[in-house]
Write a protein that binds this ligand. Structure first.
Ligand SMILES: O=C(O)CCC(=O)C(=O)O
Ligand SMILES: [Fe+2]
Length: 283
C-alpha cells in the first residue's frame, strides 16, 4: 500500500524552514527534503512559495553585493539649511552610509520630546528576524513609545526637518519612536530592515534608512556602535545620526548592523525615525 502523504505543516516545521532558508539553503532543496520526508509535494511547494513570496529565489550565500547609491542628504555640503534650523555635518562614512550631524534639535526641543514621551513608555519589543513577528525583547532592554505620524505641531516640525534633510517624504516615515535606556540597558546588534518575507509593498515596502536623534548627554556608555564599520557614535544632546541601508533595487546592506551598548552611568534618551522606500499610509 502506498504510504499516505502528510497534508499539514506541523508547528515546528515552519520555524525549521525559515531557519534553514536563512542559513542559505536553496528553497528547492528544502522542498526536496520535505517530499522525501513524506510531505505532499504540492503542499511543500506552496509553503515555500508563501515564504519566499513567489519571487525569484535569493539565498544569502549567493546574493548580489549591495550596490551603494549616494543618499540625497550627502550632497548638501557641511552646513545644511532647513526651513527653521541649520544642521551641521560632523562626519560621513560612505560604506555603510553613516552620517553624523550636530544641532539637529535645540536643547529645548530635546527636553520637550522627553517630556511628551515619558509617561507613555512601555518595555520595547524587537522584530524576530526569523519569523518577522514582534516579540518581547531579550536583546532590547530599553523602554519606548511611538508618536503617531503628525501627532501634533511639535512632532510635525521635527518630521518636516527630517524630510527636508533626507528628501524622503514624511509619508515614508514610521511614527517617531522615543527610547529610554537605564543603567545596564542596551539594544543588542541588529538590522533595522525587515526580513525579506515581511516586506509589505502596500505599506511602503522595505525600510531604507534610520534617523536617530540623541536627546540627552549620557554620563558613560550608551554609544551607538556599527561593529562592521568600526564606527561608534557618542550620544550628544541635539545631535543625530542618519544611516542608510536600502537602495532603489530593494537590496539591503548587512554592513549596517548596529547596537546600543549598555548605559554605564546616567540614562540615555533617543528618538528614532525609521524610513521606508515608499508611502506607508497610501490607501
Ligand atoms: O539607541 C540607539 O543608539 C540605537 C537605536 C536603534 O538601533 C533603533 O532604534 O533602531
Ligand atoms: Fe536600530
Amino acid at each position: 500500500m502506498e504510504k499516505e502523504k502528510i497534508n499539514q505543516i506541523p508547528v515546528g516545521l515552519m520555524d525549521w524552514i525559515i531557519k534553514t532558508l536563512n542559513s542559505g539553503v536553496h528553497p528547492e532543496a528544502i522542498v526536496d527534503a520535505m517530499i522525501r520526508e513524506g510531505y505532499d509535494a504540492r503542499l511543500s511547494y506552496t509553503t515555500l512559495f508563501r515564504i519566499v513570496g513567489n519571487k525569484p529565489i535569493e539565498t544569502p550565500g549567493v546574493q548580489a553585493p549591495y550596490e551603494y547609491e549616494q543618499p540625497a542628504i550627502a550632497k548638501k555640503g557641511s552646513k545644511i539649511p532647513t526651513s527653521d534650523r541649520e544642521i551641521k555635518v560632523l562626519s560621513i562614512v560612505e560604506q555603510p552610509f553613516i552620517m553624523h550631524m550636530d544641532n539637529f534639535l535645540s536643547y529645548e526641543e530635546c527636553d520637550e520630546l522627553i517630556e511628551l514621551s515619558k509617561d507613555r513608555l512601555k518595555p520595547s519589543t524587537v522584530i524576530d528576524h526569523k519569523t518577522g513577528e514582534e516579540k518581547a525583547a531579550t536583546g532590547r532592554t530599553s523602554k519606548g513609545m511611538s508618536f503617531i505620524i503628525g501627532e501634533n505641531q511639535f512632532i510635525k516640525k521635527i518630521e518636516n526637518r527630517i524630510a527636508e534633510l533626507t528628501e524622503f517624504p514624511q509619508e515614508n516615515g514610521e511614527g517617531l519612536q522615543v527610547l529610554n535606556y537605564g543603567i545596564g540597558e542596551e539594544y543588542k546588534s541588529h538590522f533595522d530592515y525587515f526580513p525579506s518575507n515581511k516586506v509589505d509593498p502596500a505599506k511602503g515596502g522595505q525600510r531604507v534608512g534610520t534617523f536617530l536623534i540623541y536627546l540627552n548627554e549620557v554620563e558613560s556608555g550608551g554609544e551607538t556602535v556599527f561593529p562592521k564599520a568600526g564606527v561608534s557614535i557618542v550620544p550628544k544632546k541635539g545631535s543625530a545620526v542618519y544611516f542608510q541601508y536600502g537602495n532603489s533595487k530593494g537590496q539591503v546592506d548587512r554592513m549596517s548592523l548596529h547596537s546600543s551598548i549598555p548605559v554605564a552611568e546616567g540614562e540615555k534618551w533617543v528618538a528614532t525615525k525609521w524610513i521606508r522606500h515608499g508611502n506607508i499610509y497610501q490607501q
